[in-house]
Ligand binder design. Structure first.
Ligand code: 13P
Ligand code: 13P
Ligand code: MG
Ligand code: MG
Ligand code: MG
Length: 378
């Protein structure tokens, strides 16, 4: 029988700035799920990174189910009430629409869900990022499922040797394309290097996969808050679910991309490049310059609709070096202040005072041609 893993997350208020979640709010979300989820889901876990509360649910209703989405939406609503009571910053920040209409997509919360045929042992990892955007998963997901220098299983495990299919979304024009690896590796990389536009949405096994033909094995939330709200309301802070082992990347292959901290867009006011730092949940408070951007990974095993775990995968000394490197990068970049490439280019900044400043200064700009100075700049 098919089972669905639904991971739904939202920022519904934080303490004191966009730093961290507030325990009574997390408790309110959990209480709601516990009291109202019994006939809808078979198991769940609540977690958080930075200021984002994360709900991982297991059920038999398939993706986009109104009851499952409604449960998460109403749990976030219940949490928002508590956040408002305490006057938390950005209470209800990601709940962008007033009335729930059957699906949280396009309403603010991020969603990563997939319907799967569970294997005898069904291990998976939930990744949660704060202070960054969905395209930040492009690099690690490609590494896990496409790069044999990261995932030797692609070469030495006969079950993985055929490669994987990648579903990539153009989130600016709202279209998608399927690319098959390894044959179309260069085409995939040509797209997903532009991480603000082309984002990996799902990964599938191929028909010829010996253990899991044509199954969804990874899914990433791609919700763009600014497109929903029409203005900056916080970064999209994505999450992903990745199935692992037996014909898929091993746990260690699914963590390996994060051993090499890389630059992502987000950080302060959603307008800066910064290093993605892998952390355990206890180190997921967003402090320095509202960051640096972070990723946490929770390991689970699913059996008969029940979850064992989570294991806090980056809460380990093996990632200390990656953290140190990330902090060195953060230090280096911070010295640049508002200069690119630390600050994002104008078009990518989540908010900017530039149009107002240009308006104010427009009458004071002097034409170089009028001043006979043009020759010098030509
Ligand atoms: P074990 O031999 O510990 O099961 O590990 C197998 C493996 O594939 C590790 O990557
Ligand atoms: P969040 O997207 O995590 O709410 O952060 C917003 C922000 O502007 C941080 O500086
Ligand atoms: Mg926030
Ligand atoms: Mg956040
Ligand atoms: Mg956000």
């Amino acid at each position: 029988m098919k089972v669905t893993i639904s991971h739904i997350k939202a920022d519904i208020g934080s303490l004191p700035g966009h730093t961290t979640v507030f325990e009574p709010v997390v408790d309110a979300v959990e209480d709601y799920i516990k009291s109202n989820g019994k006939n809808i889901i078979s198991d769940y876990r609540i977690s958080h990174i930075g200021d984002d509360i994360q709900i991982t649910m297991v059920h038999n209703h398939g993706v986009d189910n109104p009851d499952v989405h409604g449960l998460a939406w109403n749990a976030f609503k219940a949490g928002t009430e508590v956040a408002k009571k305490y006057g938390l910053y950005g209470a209800g920040q990601d709940l962008l629409k007033d009335a729930f209409s059957g699906n949280v997509k396009g309403m603010g919360p991020g969603v990563a869900e997939m319907e799967i045929t569970p294997r005898k042992s069904e291990p998976f990892i939930v990744y949660m990022m704060d202070k960054t955007e969905p395209g930040s998963f492009n690099y690690p997901i490609y590494k896990m499922f496409g790069d044999p220098f990261n995932t030797p299983g692609l070469v030495i495990d006969p079950n993985m040797h055929a490669g994987f299919k990648f579903e990539v979304w153009d989130i600016i024009e709202g279209k998608r394309i399927m690319l098959s690896l390894p044959e179309q590796t260069y085409d995939l990389l040509a797209l997903i290097g532009s991480k603000g536009r082309y984002v990996i949405k799902r990964v599938y096994t191929k028909e010829e996969h010996t253990k899991l033909p044509a199954e969804n094995v990874a899914v990433i939330s791609t919700d763009k808050l600014s497109f929903i709200a029409g203005e900056y309301v916080g970064k999209d802070d994505p999450a992903a679910v990745v199935r692992i082992q037996s014909g898929l990347p091993a746990a260690g292959e699914a963590l390996e991309p994060f051993a090499n901290s890389y630059l992502v867009s987000g950080w302060m006011r959603g307008s800066f490049n910064g290093p993605l730092m892998p952390v355990g949940i206890k180190n997921s408070r967003m402090t320095r310059f509202d960051g640096p951007p972070r990723v946490a990974a929770l390991g689970f095993v699913l059996k008969d609709g029940r979850l064992a775990g989570p294991v806090d995968m980056f809460d380990d000394i093996a990632f200390d070096y990656a953290r140190t490197k990330a902090l060195e990068m953060a230090d280096y970049l911070r010295r640049m202040g508002v200069f690119e490439p630390h600050r994002l280019p104008d078009d990518d900044m989540e908010y900017t005072a530039l149009p107002k400043i240009l308006e104010k200064l427009s009458s004071k700009f002097e034409k170089l041609s009028d001043l006979n100075e043009l020759k010098e700049v030509q």
